[in-house]
Write a protein that binds this ligand. Sequence first.
Ligand SMILES: Nc1ncnc2c1ncn2[C@@H]1O[C@H](COP(=O)(O)OP(=O)(O)OP(=O)(O)O)[C@@H](O)[C@H]1O
Ligand SMILES: [Mg+2]
Length: 405
Amino acid sequence: MKEDIAKSSSLGSRPVANNRYWRLLEAAPDGIVEVDDSGRIVLLNSQVEKMFGYRREELLGKSVEMLMPERFRGRHPAHREQYRAHSVIRPMGSGLDLRAVRADGTEFAVDINISPFEGETGGSVVCAIRDVTDRRLAEEEIRNLNLSLEQRTRDLAVINSELEVRNRQVEKADRLKSNFLTTMSHELRTPLNAIVGFADLLARQTAGPLTQKQERFVGNVKESSRHLLSLVDDILDISKIEAGCLDLKFESFSLSVAVDEVLSTLRPLAAAKEIDLTTDLSVDLTLHADRLRVRQVLYNLLSNAIKFTPAKGSVRLVSRANGSVIHISVIDTGIGIPPEENEKIFEVFHRYLTPTQHVCEGTGLGLSITRLLVEQHGGKIWVESEPGKGSQFHLTMPGSRDPVR
Ligand SMILES: Nc1ncnc2c1ncn2[C@@H]1O[C@H](COP(=O)(O)OP(=O)(O)OP(=O)(O)O)[C@@H](O)[C@H]1O
Ligand SMILES: [Mg+2]
């Protein structure tokens, strides 16, 4: 084989096509070049012609340095000498970004594997050259992506630490707000109680008779200061719950007794609107909860139901036990709530009133307190409603197996 190849290559002509070994060389995917000990090209396959844009005759017998960019040519003979001293099969310039140059002067990226070879004229070297332009581009792209990823990770770390600082500021502001509200509410309650008390005294005419006009005015003072007092109470409740300072006094008590207590205050309201107010507490259930707070929850839900149900409608309170959980529902035939409001109505100060609907009294605190209280008991509250048909407020509360005290 050696003779065949050597003969054909030294002649600079294309080797005979039926030579099996030559065809093997031609079939190789890489460009193959044999370089003799003086650095001259003595053999090449047609991949090299395609890759570099030279004809075979233009390369045979020429210095191999012509295939590399000019800036590397000066140092190359020394590299060749070094290789001759330690000839092994290895990648050339491992880890280096090897470049080759085409006949038209354009450069491209290559990988070159070199191995010693017993040539015709002595020790030569066989080089397998592969055009790796696409791979290098992909590697470059991956490098750039990695760099931008690293940059983003750094940016994210900065944003995260900024967020942490802001979170701490928000927490602090929240604490300050709760403290402020608690203190303010306390400060407001004292003079308000005095106003209510003195207005009561005046109304009872213990300090002397009142004219009809004065009676009306005192009535207004009483009404407004009671309203203000209940608003302050609500705000105080919310700030206490949000600050985690509301202590619940858990006890076991009968649900029907608690319901009766609430209904006795609400019956006149329902009667004034001819609303049918009923309960369906089939079995006497025992709650394990804060009795005062449960009454507050029931009061809020039932008073809403009466408030938002037109005259001659009906309001029903239903309860049942599900294991150790007690399920309570307040069902009305009132104005209802559109689906997009189902969550919002539980937010502080959120009220939903259609323009055509007459303005009902209220501040939008009742349901938010109710939800906080129910959740504080470990329960849940939600609403099902259809505008124009009525609403059903459902909640769960912990039950008890203890006998009622
Ligand atoms: N049973 C109900 N039927 C229809 N809408 C209701 C019902 N209950 C509550 N809502 C709607 O949810 C809103 C919020 O209720 P919430 O009890 O928090 O406030 P409010 O009753 O308006 O005022 P407050 O309870 O502070 O006196 C109400 O303004 C109303 O739009
Ligand atoms: Mg309410």
